[in-house]
Design a protein around this ligand. Structure first.
Ligand SMILES: *[C@@H]1O[C@H](CO)[C@@H](O)[C@H](O)[C@H]1NC(C)=O
Ligand SMILES: *[C@@H]1O[C@H](CO)[C@@H](O)[C@H](O)[C@H]1NC(C)=O
Ligand SMILES: *[C@@H]1O[C@H](CO)[C@@H](O)[C@H](O)[C@H]1NC(C)=O
Ligand SMILES: *[C@@H]1O[C@H](CO)[C@@H](O)[C@H](O)[C@H]1NC(C)=O
Ligand SMILES: *[C@@H]1O[C@H](CO)[C@@H](O)[C@H](O)[C@H]1NC(C)=O
Ligand SMILES: *[C@@H]1O[C@H](CO)[C@@H](O)[C@H](O)[C@H]1NC(C)=O
Length: 383
């Protein structure tokens, strides 16, 4: 036991040991008293230590938030930064503030950054959602955003109950892996929202009430593997907003995903006023239990005020579902629904070894409108 504990301890400080420079927030005004705002200390450690110490290798320079309990009162915003590791081993508690908006950890124009650590960021999101009301503080803050960032490697740090979305990554060649998100089962708590080229999410688990690991436009090349979702709205593409033009999402690959209790499994969704093309997406080895819409491709996905007029031409093509099993929920909603725009049908939608039933012995149904492909027998016409 003792040697295992020592080994774990040694492993958790490896990056510190190997770093050429460690910039410890405790040396830059940080106090682990759960009340002093840690954000200015993080910014100061960056400006006064990290910035002048970086080499071309991100592991050489570590901005360290050591174990301890900290308050997070304001946002950390780092713009035009590169080549360092931020290691959060402490627990951060976001302090409620009705005026707080934007993103708490916001990286803009960045590259070659490692985000890691054994800590947890507690967003205390319930305080911004009194009685589950999402409208009380509509501008409430998000947790982590990498915008125009390339070669980010994000792992470790657990994200707990953000007031809004948890992780947004926009850029190329970024990886998020081996981390956990745990939030209330309520909307606007997205796990991972990804866009850009050649991004990769693997070995993560998300418990929330909205997107699990979702792709936004524009995207060319995305892989997700070994994903667990609980109470989520699914591993999705979209939505892209109303009236959006030029949607381009292509070359998407998901493998080995389990989803328990949620609104959506694989939901490819847009408003009928959106235009553009989604093509070449592959979904392999999904296991569902109690999911309201296990597989849905819908150009008429319009959650709030209903659908606007069909002014768009969004098309979905070359989408393959392979080895998908499990259950839809106990409602009469279809287990598979394809609902596309007349004149712009969904084409080459391929089902291979898809075996979905419903909870409580409800009969599974399939609904197809303006789509063609194979693998659903007479339910889906050939193209
Ligand atoms: C730190 O403060 C938060 C409230 O901001 C509280 O929820 C949490 O329990 C405190 N943690 C510790 C270890 O005192
Ligand atoms: C599937 O993902 C789970 C984690 O969700 C992992 O434990 C398992 O090893 C993965 N299986 C394969 C074949 O990759
Ligand atoms: C979308 O376009 C329609 C028709 O041009 C317009 O009436 C509507 O206000 C637009 N919606 C948004 C959210 O911009
Ligand atoms: C489709 O996407 C996959 C990645 O999922 C890629 O390997 C493959 O080359 C793409 N196919 C075409 C025709 O671009
Ligand atoms: C789809 O709509 C967009 C935006 O209105 C337009 O530029 C494009 O030419 C349309 N494509 C097709 C195939 O109709
Ligand atoms: C359907 O499932 C919900 C929870 O998922 C449950 O509350 C409800 O009792 C179930 N209804 C039936 C008819 O089994």
């Amino acid at each position: 036991m003792a040697s295992a504990a020592i080994l774990l301890l040694a492993l958790s400080s490896l990056s510190e040991v190997f770093a050429l420079t460690t910039c410890n927030v405790l040396d830059y005004g940080g106090v682990a008293d759960n009340s002093t705002d840690i954000a200015p200390a993080i910014m100061s450690a960056y400006t006064n230590c990290v910035a002048s110490a970086t080499t071309s290798d991100a592991v050489d320079t570590v901005l360290l938030v050591p174990a301890g309990t900290y308050a997070l009162v304001t946002a950390v915003t780092l713009t035009n930064v590169a080549d360092f590791t931020i290691e959060i081993d402490g627990d951060l508690n976001l302090i409620f503030n009705a005026d707080l908006s934007g993103t708490l950890f916001s990286f803009d124009d960045c590259k070659n950054i490692i985000w890691q650590g054994s800590g947890t960021i507690y967003g205390h999101g319930d305080l911004w959602r009194p009685d589950g009301n999402l409208g009380t503080y509509p501008n409430r803050p998000r947790l982590v955003r990498f915008q125009s960032c390339n070669n980010v490697d994000m792992s470790g740090v657990t994200l707990n109950n953000s007031p809004m979305f948890h992780v947004t990554i926009i850029g190329d060649n970024n990886v998020a892996h081996d981390m956990q998100i745990v939030a209330d089962h309520i909307g606007e708590t997205d796990g991972f929202d990804m866009s850009g080229n050649n991004n990769y999410v693997h070995d993560v688990s998300v418990e929330n009430g909205d997107e699990c690991v979702t792709v936004k436009t524009p995207t060319d090349g995305f892989v997700a593997e070994n994903i667990q979702c609980f109470y989520s709205a699914g591993c999705n593409i979209g939505s892209f907003g109303t009236n959006v033009t030029g949607v381009t999402v292509q070359n998407i690959y998901y493998r080995n995903v389990t989803q328990h209790n949620g609104d959506g499994g694989i939901v490819l969704k847009s408003y009928p006023s959106a235009s553009g093309l989604v093509k070449n997406a592959t979904y392999i080895d999904f296991t569902f239990s109690n999911i309201a819409y296990p597989i849905q491709v819908s150009a008429y996905w319009c959650p709030n005020e209903g659908c606007p007029a069909t002014t768009g031409n969004i098309t979905w093509t070359d989408i393959t579902f392979t080895d998908i099993t499990g259950t839809g929920d106990n409602s009469t909603r279809p287990t598979i629904q394809l609902d596309c725009i007349e004149g712009f049908p969904c084409t080459d939608i391929v089902f291979d070894d898809v075996d979905l039933t419903k909870e409580d012995g409800v009969t599974a149904t399939i609904q197809v409108t303006n789509a063609c492909g194979s693998g659903l027998g007479s339910s889906l016409p050939a193209c």
